[in-house]
Design a protein around this ligand. Sequence first.
Ligand SMILES: [Zn+2]
Ligand SMILES: [Zn+2]
Ligand SMILES: [Zn+2]
Length: 116
Amino acid sequence: MNLWLDAVADRGLVHAVFSETRYWGSDGLSLLDEAPTAARPISISGTCRHCGADTWGYTACEDCGDVRCRSCHRCGCGAPRPATWVCTVCWLEKGKAQFRTATSTACLECERPPAP
Ligand SMILES: [Zn+2]
Ligand SMILES: [Zn+2]
Ligand SMILES: [Zn+2]
């Protein structure tokens, strides 16, 4: 199993490359008579949640979606969540207690269904 191919498939990206110049040269499709080059992966960057270093790479962890840090060699797995984070509905910074679970993106206020 190729993890890199998996990562690309996860994002639903398909790269197709054609060369018009070679095509009009009537030598057949250039893709067929040239060694295939690897599709350029998309680089991901961020900040390490363990040591705070700038991170970048081409593959993200399947579990946390973070790139492995080049300084401490850890991805976001097991990193402590910050004490506060921003609700994606009201965009207010709220404390941990204001979110139902560690993976909630909306605060309790915004998650609560409207009163009947
Ligand atoms: Zn790090
Ligand atoms: Zn991870
Ligand atoms: Zn909210």
